[in-house]
Write a protein that binds this ligand. Structure first.
Ligand code: ZN
Length: 483
């Protein structure tokens, strides 16, 4: 027997073998059991999640004369013929290359013929959204009133492109992306049957790259095994086969950022390029890492939710303590900006260098949100006729190591806050120390800030903007506003 790829070899043959689409298979099996199934179905969902597989299983169960309560027998002539792809009453049409009105008319002409098996003829049109408008119109009539022995199953990855007139004539099932634990479970099942040794790190790496598509995961497993040249696979080899940088490289990059070692990161990126890795892909990997950091900071410890292998989980948790939530937010902001910019630029190298410099200065950057908060604060203070002070909320209460290296705005802001304390001092109750005085001032600012403003105190528009401009340049300084 010739070699078949895993995705075909381990393709489900019965409803209860289909993974992750229980809401679809349960409904279809019950409809078949009760013999009240529809004659036109629309299966929509992402690639590689089992749409055509379920269509095939449905056709098999429909035509199996010796089926059980919900599953085809798998051994009768109809079941065997469908498994081998030789069942005459089952036709799978590629909507991408068979998309015109003439082709749809051809299908219409076939409908008059009874089934060879004596039961049902099933027409599956894959990628149906690729049909022309005329083809869809030609399909409407027989989709609404097909002969009693005909069932249509339309499959698509883009259901919104299907005309409403077609959609409304079908029972619509939405297929879901598979959860990572279900993908890993299926890969483990294949490894067990094929006697393969694939470690946890490799399975997680493959499943994560598959982004919810089981077919992609199975194909990547084969690809990585071919790359390893044997029957075993480690996480390191899997990453290499999928052009993902090594975990240690990502960890080194983040440590260099933390220690403000720009030169070390430039060297690291240079080495990545020499090894044939793409910097933009590397940045995508960093985005995923930072997303995992956010989940960990929020207290989520489930490895499968985080999509991390054991090795990654331990390493990330160790590194996490060096970054505050604000740091992570700033780094993600820079990375997303870079990813957007690089799409429309031919100056990859320059952009890479700029983004590296920006990343290395993440502690000094001010986010747009922080600027907005400060502007709001200034406007409030100006409206109250008070001298400008620093909003307490703009001085983040972060981790100890972060506090010592707070970004530039906070440093300046803190200075101003101290200075403002003396300005406000006469209005504050007497205190014993400067620090208490400062805290009292901040409390006072907060209190005043939260009080409703009197209409008479509101400055004119020009006064308002002039005051804001003055305070912004006073506090941030031209060179301090990085973004
Ligand atoms: Zn059968």
């Amino acid at each position: 027997m010739s070699y078949r790829v895993f995705a075909r070899q381990y393709r489900p043959k019965k409803f209860d073998e289909v993974i992750g689409q229980h809401h679809v298979t349960k409904t279809l099996a019950y409809a078949l059991l009760k013999k009240n199934f529809a004659q036109a179905y629309l299966f929509s969902g992402p690639r590689g999640v089992g749409k055509t597989t379920v269509a095939r299983v449905f056709a098999k169960t429909l035509n199996c004369k010796t089926k059980g309560p919900a599953n085809a027998c798998g051994t009768c002539p109809a079941c065997l013929a469908l498994d081998q792809g030789s069942f005459l009453d089952y036709e799978e049409i590629d909507g991408a290359s068979y998309r015109g009105i003439d082709q749809i008319r051809e299908i219409g002409e076939k409908l008059q013929y009874v089934s060879v098996s004596g039961l049902y003829r099933v027409f599956v049109i894959d990628e149906v959204h690729m049909l022309t408008q005329e083809a869809f119109n030609a399909m409407l009539k027989f989709l609404e009133e097909p002969p009693a022995h005909v069932v249509f199953i339309l499959c698509t990855t883009e259901s919104m492109k299907i005309p409403l007139t077609v959609r409304s004539r079908c029972q619509h099932f939405r297929f879901k992306l598979l959860e990572i634990d279900k993908i890993i479970g299926q890969l483990q099942n294949i490894c067990h049957k094929e006697n393969l040794k694939v470690d946890d790190d490799a399975l997680m790496t493959l499943a994560r790259h598959a982004t919810g598509s089981l077919r992609d995961a199975e194909n990547m497993l084969e690809q990585a095994l071919a790359y390893s040249g044997g029957s075993s696979l480690s996480g390191k080899t899997a990453r290499s086969a999928l052009s993902e940088s090594e975990l240690s490289v990502k960890l080194d990059f983040m440590r260099n950022l933390k220690d403000e070692k720009l030169a070390a990161n430039l060297t690291l990126i240079h080495q990545l390029e020499k090894d044939g890795f793409s910097f933009s892909i590397f940045l995508h990997e960093l985005v995923l890492m930072l997303s995992a950091f956010v989940y960990l900071k929020a207290g989520i410890q489930e490895r499968f939710t985080l999509e991390l292998s054991k090795e990654e989980f331990v390493a990330y948790k160790e590194l996490l303590s060096f970054f505050s939530l604000g740091d992570i937010y700033r780094l993600q902001d820079i990375l997303f900006q870079f990813i957007q910019e690089i799409k429309n630029s031919t100056e990859t190298r320059t952009l890479t260098l700029l983004s590296l410099i920006k990343l290395s200065r993440y502690k000094k950057l001010i986010t747009a949100e922080e600027i907005r908060e400060n502007l709001l604060f200034f406007s409030k203070m100006t409206a109250m006729g008070e001298p400008s002070h620093i909003p307490p909320s703009s001085v983040p209460a972060e981790s100890p190591q972060h506090a010592s290296t707070q970004h530039a705005s906070s440093e300046i802001l803190q200075k101003n806050t101290s200075a403002s304390a003396s300005t406000l001092a006469p209005k504050m109750p007497a205190t014993d120390s400067d620090s208490t005085q400062k805290n009292m001032s901040l409390k006072s600012i907060r209190k005043q800030w939260n009080q409703p403003q009197q209409a008479s105190q509101t400055p004119s528009k020009n006064e308002y903007f002039s005051e804001i401009d003055k305070h912004v340049s006073k506090v941030f300084g031209d060179s301090k506003i990085v973004r």
